[in-house]
Design a protein around this ligand. Structure first.
Ligand SMILES: CC(=O)CC(=O)SCCNC(=O)CCNC(=O)[C@H](O)C(C)(C)COP(=O)(O)OP(=O)(O)OC[C@H]1O[C@@H](n2cnc3c(N)ncnc32)[C@H](O)[C@@H]1OP(=O)(O)O
Ligand SMILES: NC(=O)C1=CN([C@@H]2O[C@H](COP(=O)(O)OP(=O)(O)OC[C@H]3O[C@@H](n4cnc5c(N)ncnc54)[C@H](OP(=O)(O)O)[C@@H]3O)[C@@H](O)[C@H]2O)C=CC1
Length: 283
């Protein structure tokens, strides 16, 4: 099973990054979003990242243009009809993901792999919305995609070894390191990371320290590149809340209760860096 043509669904911070690294690795990429302006925003970020590579001497202008030439715009899921793999990176919502996967199952060629970049939701449940659960898999990239090495590869209950191997090979071609994990809420990355971020938010909520102090403790004391509140803003507070809800519901354990302050910020539309305001304000 050789993968050549890719479709990425969702041109947000993750989808844009995934499209960029796929095009850089030589794959033809269709980048899909529901809104033209979201696609344009995603492409602008990719162009900026590639221009930085040119400035830093890591790529020539011609190479940059060749990478951009491998990315095509898609505003219609029907465009999935001739690709080998679809990597879905739309919003972290089970109903939306199921609807996308059901539609893709009817559009994509029989051999096509349907992957999700979900950060916490059940691959098995998403797969059950299709008639090809054996070809559904989790391909969980880390943010920012062009920089971070890891891709968690999540096997659903029915995922075949052949599909796993094809996705593992593709991940290596992207110069990323695949790590195999099983399908449980939050997988490994967010089962460990998100409760730490949630606890940092509780620490702020309970007035233990200021946001700057909380971040300084983890940066200076534990050598984390970003403090947990800064990282939460970077990930997106909506995504953080959805992940905590998945852990809370999936394990039924109160230790995963999302902090009320996190919920309040999301309800206010303070989603972090992407909306201009979260725990910090961004210009
Ligand atoms: C929620 C989930 O499901 C899973 C997740 O993804 S959890 C989040 C995982 N990610 C993390 O934990 C990130 C933690 N933060 C970091 O590692 C670092 O702060 C960082 C890599 C983001 C930035 O590094 P830094 O040294 O502080 O800043 P900076 O010097 O500006 O950037 C380092 C390099 O990364 C690049 N970079 C930074 N942000 C970038 C972005 N958003 N997109 C592309 N490249 C980026 C910069 O261009 C720079 O590259 P060069 O200098 O080599 O050109
Ligand atoms: N943020 C992170 O650090 C990480 C996130 N993830 C996961 O990646 C996924 C995307 O997250 P992220 O990129 O941060 O989110 P963003 O909000 O940045 O991007 C989501 C994009 O998907 C678009 N979209 C929404 N619904 C659809 C749809 N039905 N069809 C096509 N496009 C759609 C949105 O468009 P519009 O804006 O127009 O609504 C937006 O452009 C989530 O599942 C998340 O959990 C995984 C790893 C890390």
């Amino acid at each position: 099973m050789e993968i050549k043509k890719v479709m990425v669904i969702g041109a947000g911070q993750m989808g844009g990054g995934i499209a960029q690294v796929c095009a850089q690795a030589g794959f033809d990429v269709k980048l899909n979003d529901i809104k033209e302006e979201s696609y344009a925003k995603g492409l602008a970020v990719i162009t900026k990242n590639l221009s930085r590579n040119v400035e830093k001497g890591r790529m020539t202008e011609d190479e940059k243009n060749a990478v951009l030439g491998r990315i095509t715009k898609s505003l219609d899921l029907q465009d999935a009809s001739d690709v080998d793999i679809i990597i879905e990176a739309a919003v972290e919502n089970m109903a939306i993901k199921k609807s996308i996967f059901t539609q893709l199952d009817g559009i994509a060629q029989e051999t096509a792999i349907l992957a999700s970049n979900t950060s916490s939701l059940s691959i098995t449940e998403i797969a059950a919305a299709t008639n090809r659960p054996e070809k559904v898999i989790g391909m969980h990239f880390m943010n920012p995609v062009p920089v971070m090495k890891l891709v968690e590869i999540i096997r659903g209950l029915a995922t075949t070894d052949e599909v796993y191997k094809a996705v593992e090979d593709m991940t290596k071609k992207l110069a990323k390191v695949p790590v195999e994990v099983n399908d449980f809420p939050g997988f490994v990355a967010n089962r460990i990371l998100m409760p730490m971020i949630n606890e940092a938010i509780y620490t702020l909520y309970e007035g233990v320290a200021t946001k700057e102090s909380i971040d300084d403790v983890m940066k200076l004391g534990m050598n984390h590149p970003m403090g947990p509140l800064q990282l939460a803003d970077f990930i997106g507070l909506d995504t953080c809340l959805y992940i905590m809800e998945t852990l809370h519901e999936g394990f039924g354990d109160s230790k995963y209760r999302p902090c009320p302050l996190l919920r309040k910020y999301v309800n206010a539309g303070w989603l972090g860096k992407k909306s201009g305001r979260g725990f910090y304000v961004y210009s």
